[in-house]
Design a protein around this ligand. Structure first.
Ligand SMILES: *Cc1c(COP(=O)(O)O)cnc(C)c1O
Length: 375
């Protein structure tokens, strides 16, 4: 609908900027297979993120699968957070991994290091760990790193939402044995569809590049591969959008401040920003006191043509198609998933939109607080 506000709006470059990036492959007709735009994008990303080993991919899910496969985790037990987008888990399942759900910390909604340590000690055959920097917010990377080292498990971060987030002076994507990012149109930086894998040795980097393109060079076949290549069109989109990314992050920061002010004093839970982190402000999640309240707030917003999203619902450990044996309880994640809503967040949003989106949230929650005080 014309007047509707959705949870996100795809960031578009100036048309000329995109066409300018496309001009090379219009001349050369080299539209995929590690073309000039892809090489230029990988180089630009390496500079922007200050990370040397980056390979671009056709999407974040393939990026995850390449990392999991390259780490030798296919078919093995992997500990994973239940509080994430379903693709984190589906990448594991497509590779025949057994997911071991480990609950999240209540204040950050990221994988709990304490629960992870206990689980790894109890089940030493867990070969890998897959935490998520949810909403672009940093996991407890120091603790997770120490535990994985101590227990000999490979650490792969799903940083699909973390582009532009920094922690202790580095890109958040620099942590872990591997990190992946998504460049999907809904993400803060995007290539329409796309993603990348970050690794830390030239050897792994080479293996990932091979696996991304069917595992062979000419007639020599080295390893099992897949088609995970990014096309020139997608890379051109990325090249046109990368320069505006810092401004987008800053603008979202201003909108966060506007939301914070409008929702102050309502007792809403918000996941915390860890000390030492510079957040990319990618999302604006709020946790209502309970699910009924969440439903009321959503209904009130929809009446004003504002479409929030339940990022992320349900907690993945209770997905209906999972093997019954894997469906272990994760009370913190399940509870958060029932109470969460993400409010609209994108650079084009105005302060007026923020006022419109928070008015009804305030009314519903104030009423709730009054009822509680009377009772
Ligand atoms: C978006 C997302 C993915 C999937 O990325 P695609 O590029 O859409 O394949 C994976 N994990 C998380 C946490 C995401 O948010």
């Amino acid at each position: 609908m014309k007047n509707s506000i959705y949870v996100t709006k795809t960031r578009m470059p100036i048309q000329e900027a995109f066409f300018q990036q496309c001009s090379d492959f219009f001349q050369s007709s080299w539209v995929t297979n590690n073309g000039a735009c892809v090489q230029k994008l990988e180089k630009s990303l390496a500079e922007y993120l200050d990370i040397s080993n980056i390979i671009s991919c056709n999407n974040g899910t393939t990026a995850l699968m390449l990392a999991i496969q390259s780490a030798g985790l296919a078919g093995k037990k992997v500990a994973v957070t239940p509080y994430t987008y379903v693709a984190t888990l589906s990448a594991l399942l497509w590779l025949g991994c057994t997911p071991v759900f480990v609950d999240v910390e209540p204040d950050t909604l990221c994988l709990s290091p304490d629960l992870l340590r206990r689980r790894l000690i109890k089940e030493p055959d867990i070969a890998g760990v897959l935490p998520v920097h949810i909403y672009g917010l940093a996991c407890d990377v120091e603790s997770l790193d120490a535990i994985c080292r101590e227990q000999g498990a490979t650490l792969i971060y799903d940083g699909a939402q973390a582009f532009g987030s920094r922690y202790k002076g580095k890109s958040l994507l620099a942590y872990g044995d591997y990190s992946i990012c998504s460049f999907h149109a809904t993400k803060i930086f995007h290539t329409v569809e796309g993603g990348c894998v970050i690794s830390h040795t030239d050897e792994v980097h080479k293996a990932l590049s091979l696996a991304r393109a069917f595992g062979h060079i000419g007639d020599t076949h080295y390893c099992l591969g897949i088609n995970g290549k990014m096309s020139e069109l997608h890379a051109a989109m990325g090249l046109a959008l990368l320069p505006g990314t810092d401004a987008e992050i800053e603008r979202r920061g201003q909108l966060h401040t506007a939301y914070d002010a409008a929702l102050e004093g309502l007792g809403l839970m918000r996941p915390i920003v860890r000390e030492g982190q510079k957040w990319n402000n990618a999302y604006y999640p709020i946790l209502m006191p309970d699910e009924r309240c969440r439903d009321l707030v959503e209904r009130a917003l929809l009446a004003e043509h504002i479409h929030p999203r339940r990022y992320f619902y349900p907690s993945l450990n209770i997905l209906p198609y999972l093997n019954q044996k894997w469906r272990t309880p994760c009370p913190v994640a399940e509870n958060a998933a029932r109470r969460v809503l993400c409010l609209p967040m994108y650079g084009d949003l105005s302060e007026d939109h923020v006022r419109r989106a928070t008015r009804n949230v305030r009314n519903v929650l104030r009423y709730k607080v009054q009822v509680q005080e009377k009772a």
